[in-house]
Design a protein around this ligand. Sequence first.
Ligand code: 7TS
Length: 407
Amino acid sequence: MGYDVNQIRRDFPILERQVGDKSLVYLDNAATSQKPRAVLDAIERYYTHSNANIHRGVHRLSVEATQAYEGARQKLASFVGADSAEEVVFVRGTTEGINLVAQAYVRPRVGPGDEILISHLEHHSNIVPWQMVARQTGARLRVARINERGEIDLEHFRELLSESTRFVALAHVSNALGTINPVADMIQWAHEVGAPVLLDGAQAAPHLELDVSRLDCDFYTVSGHKMYGPTGIGILYGKRARLEEMDPWEGGGEMIRSVTFEETTYNEVPHKFEAGTPNIAGAIGLGAAADYLRSLDWAAVTAHEDELVEVATQRLLELPGVRIIGTAAQKTGVVAFTLNGVHPHDVGTIVDQEGVAVRTGHHCAQPVIDHFGLSATTRASFGLYNTLAEIDRLIAALRQVRKIFEL
Ligand code: 7TS
């Protein structure tokens, strides 16, 4: 019947652990998610059975490692809905994916008078790389406003789009608020003025079914560790034509076709962007995470996660002094809040003593937190293995906070 969350939980060994004398309630999934046995096993199998460098050896292990690595690329291509595996570049994560596009694609193509458009709800990793490009080139960074619910002001976004807009970079889902942006429309509007679009999919990949071909975005980047895969690996999807016209960023082994002191020719996409020995085990682990996610009934996962967000919101609002930060009509994964009279760091520390892991602070999205007149929030973020009983534990822990602060 429906979604068997207890069955899912058995796939994640860490969920059995204790924190002090309490069972772990892990509600910090937006920072990083836990890993299923399938991912842990894939990494162990690679290291215990096939460990070798890739693309260079004729020996058996190297062939196996290369097949596993390139197989993972194919899995990620299917996961994001790319037309082909050549459109998938392995990177360290979302941060590296955005910086690669900023430096290798956008920087050589903009100058004074040109504009790069982002929004007010971006993670720092989708702000700072663009500020750097602006400083390097004289281009101007424009920022679309957000409203009091934490949704992008679409009229303002459209006003800012013009002939001068050379590039648009947007979160698919906000990490601090959970807002799902209407990216399909936004991409279309950007394309109408000729601007390519990058989507930061760090928070979308674990919660939404992705289809980059349908969205028609030019670039899409994800972090493996937020979608139940390993740390230190992620992908940058790029439309083939975009990747073809983009020069490499790092030089080294693997990314070349031939090298002489007079002239070097580059390898084909995506290899020209993968200089040096990559995170082979990470890519294989990420491939296993993509397989794991694709094996699930996605409508059921979404319904379950939506219920968690809805119930957590309702239950929090029953506590006196709670303000929910981020009330977008379309949201996923995240419920951020403040508790009147208690600093979020104190909230986080006290609920941790009850075994409940939440994140507190500005969540690397300081402009968002400033927008709400705050310096920090407490954020509960959900994954597919969280339960309604864990929301009870969060609420009980918050009652404890109120008691300690005599509220
Ligand atoms: N973009 C978004 C929307 C994110 O949420 C994050 C990480 C990043 C980019 C950067 O990803 P990385 O894997 O390269 O570090 N967000 C968070 C968070 O919300 N709490 O900790 C990290």
